[in-house]
Design a protein around this ligand. Structure first.
Ligand SMILES: C[S@@+](CC[C@H](N)C(=O)[O-])C[C@H]1O[C@@H](n2cnc3c(N)ncnc32)[C@H](O)[C@@H]1O
Length: 207
C-alpha cells in the first residue's frame, strides 16, 4: 500500500529543492543496490528535528552506509553521531561518503548488533533513531527509551510498514512493528506521533 500518493511525493520532492551532492550520490547507490535508505523527505525531517532541539548527541540503530547519519551530521555542528551497523562493508562505504563531505569527524561507526552496542556507549542522547531489523523494534524501544534525555527524541523509521500495520495479523516484522507502536504510544514518559511520510516515521518527545 502506498502511504503517500506518488503525485504528492513528487510534488514534495520538487518543493524541497537541491541537497548536498554527496547525498545525491548516496541516493543513486541506494537505487542501484535497492538499499533501503530513508530518502530525502525523511532525511530533511531528521535534520529539522535535530536542529529544533539543538541536538549534539545522536545514537543511530541501523546506519547502513550512512545516508540518514549524513543528515544528522549536517545538523549537529560540534556534535557526535554514533552509528551502528551489522555489515562492515556498509561502514566502509559510509565512512568514505562522510569523509568526502568533510563530516566524518562528527561520526563514529560501531560494527555489530545495535542492541548490544547501545549498552557500551555511555551517557544520554538527544536523539535515538531506530532503523534496524523490524523484528527487533520492540527490544530496541526497551533499550533506547531510557537513554533519551528529557526533552530529547526517540525517532523510528518504517512504522507504517507499507500500510501492513493497518491489516489483520501479519508476518513477524509487521507484528513486531505493531507491538513497537502499541508500546510507544502507551508510554506516559513520551508524547508520540507518526508522521506519514514515505514509510511512516515515529517521533516521540521525552517529557
Ligand atoms: C534500513 S537499513 C538502514 C538505513 C539507514 N538508516 C539510512 O537510512 O541510510 C538497516 C541497516 O541496519 C542494519 N542492521 C539490521 N539489524 C541490525 C542490528 N541489530 N544492529 C546493527 N545493524 C543492524 C542492516 O545491516 C542495514 O544496513
Amino acid at each position: 500500500m502506498e502511504i503517500v500518493n506518488s503525485k504528492i511525493e513528487n510534488y514534495l520532492n520538487s518543493l524541497y529543492g537541491t541537497r548536498h551532492e554527496v547525498l545525491v550520490k548516496m541516493e543513486a547507490e541506494a537505487n542501484e543496490r535497492n538499499f533501503p535508505i530513508v530518502g530525502p523527505l525523511v532525511g530533511k525531517l531528521l535534520y529539522q528535528l535535530a536542529r529544533m532541539i539543538d541536538a549534539r548527541r545522536v545514537f543511530e540503530m541501523g546506519s547502513g552506509y550512512g545516508y540518514s547519519a549524513f543528515w544528522w551530521a549536517l545538523a549537529v555542528e560540534g556534535g557526535e553521531i554514533h552509528c551502528t551497523e551489522g555489515v562492515d562493508s556498509n561502514r566502509e562505504r559510509g565512512e568514505a561518503y562522510l569523509k568526502e563531505a568533510g563530516l566524518l569527524h562528527r561520526v563514529k561507526y560501531h560494527v555489530g548488533d545495535a542492541l548490544e552496542i547501545i549498552d557500551k556507549v555511555e551517557g544520554k542522547f538527544d536523539i535515538v533513531f531506530i532503523d534496524i531489523d523490524k523484528q527487533k523494534y520492540p527490544a530496541a524501544l526497551d533499550k533506547a527509551a531510557g537513554r533519551v534525555r528529557d526533552g530529547g527524541l526517540l525517532v523510528a523509521d518504517n512504522v507504517l510498514w507499507s500500510g501492513k500495520v493497518a491489516g489483520k495479523k501479519g508476518d513477524a516484522s509487521t507484528e513486531a512493528i505493531k507491538e513497537f507502536n502499541r508500546k510507544l504510544f502507551s508510554r506516559t514518559d513520551f508524547a508520540a506521533s507518526i508522521v506519514p511520510v514515505r514509510d511512516g516515521v515515529a517521533v516521540a518527545y521525552k517529557m
